[in-house]
Design a protein around this ligand. Structure first.
Ligand SMILES: [Zn+2]
Length: 521
């Protein structure tokens, strides 16, 4: 009781005696413009419907090229203020990496999150085991979903800012608009209307380093006294990645809270929201293209894999297995050659540690990237921190020079440093790397449907090829040859190679003969 009285007095003191700061005045004006504190606080439920489009910048055809259109979604759902929970039913029609439709629901509570249905090609063990398919969200995904709900729930965010005035701090103007910072968000305001115009977070991107992730609000409508931004555009470092249009929003309708219930076995062991080093961009953008592996380790499924391991697949040739994305390590006389640096610098640090332990005195001298896509190149800094040369296909050097010059102060895995000393070698057609004993690794530029400047690796002594994303060796081949598979044979043939096996950036290894039997010799 005494504490309540003190709290009340200090609240009165703040309101009556302290002059609001510039930042607090911006927040107060926004709350009023959106319908007033009382009306926003009176929201018990929100029901909504809408559509979204998604683009992925780092799955482009050409390095540094135009973003790839990823999917078009429709969604509907509700938020229940009393339980601070929500349910969203989503239909997502993908264009990339392959046309397909996922229909699923997300149930999110403050303590846990759930996915009902299939939302990814990278299903985790729990989703695969459940009938019907379902899984509890990883702590990473839950924290990301909760952050994005706070960002999108502009009324509640403004109210939270007004209620914690001491946490509302100055921020630099954005595009001439005044801005404030609050609890991990930077909010800019439209000087004309007083409404919030942009909600920014300072994120980390595995390719571009320190990036702004912005939600830009427009198409404000008056819905019974509440002002709602019906259009939301999201930008990653200024590039459009999502556009959402709300088509129907209603306040304080009755909702069926039974639809927030999930089966008991899903609740067992469900992760709490992750508290730190949440890889927000990885979690969101792998969902954009429907390939997210929902796990609290971004490299492998913690519910289905023992973790990463170095697997010798031919004498002196090791494949990183156990994760969603592989590398190849070729042991040379006095150094190592690594092909692909997937996912994150954390995975690269694991590779560096494992190879240093197994091959002492052999530094990684060459890092070959088969292509520039963020899931196979996101650990580029972690490998290059060892001081090697980056080898990329034709047209990719300028892109990677820009990437390696980008500030990376928010990298959770590596201290900030400059990579401008690392040489970059661009391969026009093919390139040979040799050691004193004559062992070689050769890379060939491929004419292929997946990415411009794609490289294929070739290890002559093992008669082993290496490709990523155009053939996944291991799983059964499709019944008919596709352009990716054909491009492998069309690279092997003119080079006069006689492969025995291929290893992949996904999958494991397979006999080359399986491919020629399908595609023709
Ligand atoms: Zn790719």
């Amino acid at each position: 009781m005494k504490q309540a009285v003190i709290a009340l007095c200090s609240a009165i003191f703040l309101v009556s005696c302290a002059t609001p700061t510039r930042e607090q005045s911006l927040v107060n004006r926004a709350v009023d413009a959106m319908g007033g504190a009382e009306r926003i606080a009176g929201v018990k439920t929100i029901t909504f419907k809408g559509t979204s489009k998604y683009w992925e910048p780092e799955q482009s055809d050409a390095p540094g090229g135009e973003s790839r259109f990823a999917n078009e979604s429709s969604f509907e759902g509700f938020i229940d203020a009393a339980s601070r929970s929500s349910r969203t039913d989503i239909v997502r029609n993908f264009a990339y990496p392959a046309p397909r439709t996922f229909t699923f629901s997300e149930v999110v509570t403050p303590e846990a999150g759930y996915v009902l249905g299939v939302d990814s090609n990278g299903r985790n063990a729990q989703n695969l085991k459940s009938t019907p398919p379902a899984h509890s969200m990883s702590g990473f995904r839950l924290a990301t979903t909760q952050r994005e709900s706070r960002r999108a729930g502009t009324g509640q965010l403004m109210l939270a800012m007004q209620r914690s005035p001491d946490k509302v701090q100055p921020a630099a103007d954005i595009n001439g608009q005044p801005a404030v910072s609050f609890d991990g968000f930077i909010v800019a305001f439209d000087p004309a209307t007083g409404l919030p115009s942009r909600v920014r977070t300072l994120d980390y991107d595995n390719i571009w380093g320190d990036v702004n992730y912005d939600m830009i609000l427009s198409d404000w409508r008056d819905l019974g006294g509440y002002k709602v931004p019906m259009n939301r555009k999201y930008e990653l470092a200024g590039r459009p990645v999502v556009e959402t249009n709300l088509t129907d929003v209603r306040f304080n309708q009755s909702v069926d809270t039974a639809r927030l219930q999930v089966p008991a076995d899903l609740r067992t062991g469900a992760a709490k929201p992750a508290g730190r080093n949440v890889p927000y961009q990885w979690v969101m953008r792998r969902q954009f293209i429907g390939t997210y592996m929902d796990s609290d380790n971004v490299s492998f499924d913690t519910r289905g894999s023992q973790g990463l391991r170095l697997q010798e697949i031919a004498p002196g040739v090791h494949q990183i297995q156990g994760g969603t994305h592989n590398s190849l390590v070729v042991v040379m006389s006095d150094h190592l050659i690594v092909l692909d640096a997937p996912v994150t610098d954390a995975q690269s640090m694991w590779l560096v540690g494992a190879t240093r332990a197994q091959f002492p005195g052999k530094p990684i001298r060459w890092l070959v990237l088969t292509h520039h896509h963020m899931d196979h190149a996101g650990g580029v800094r972690g490998i290059l921190a060892e001081g090697g040369t980056l080898v990329v296909g034709q047209g990719a050097a300028a892109h990677f020079r820009r990437v390696l010059s980008a500030p990376m102060t928010r990298n959770p895995d590596l201290p900030a440093r400059s990579f401008h000393m690392n040489p970059i070698l661009e391969v026009p057609e093919s390139h040979v790397m040799s050691d004193a004993s004559g062992r070689q690794v050769i890379v060939y530029v491929m004419d292929n449907p997946h990415a411009k400047g794609m490289l294929m690796g070739w290890v002559p002594h093992a008669r082993l090829g290496y490709v990523t994303d155009i053939w996944t060796p291991g799983p059964p081949l499709p019944p008919k040859p596709n352009p990716g598979l054909i491009s492998v044979v069309n690279t092997v043939k003119p080079a006069g190679l006689q492969p025995e096996k291929f290893a992949g950036g996904h999958g494991s290894t397979a006999d080359y003969q399986l491919l020629t039997r399908l595609v023709g010799p």
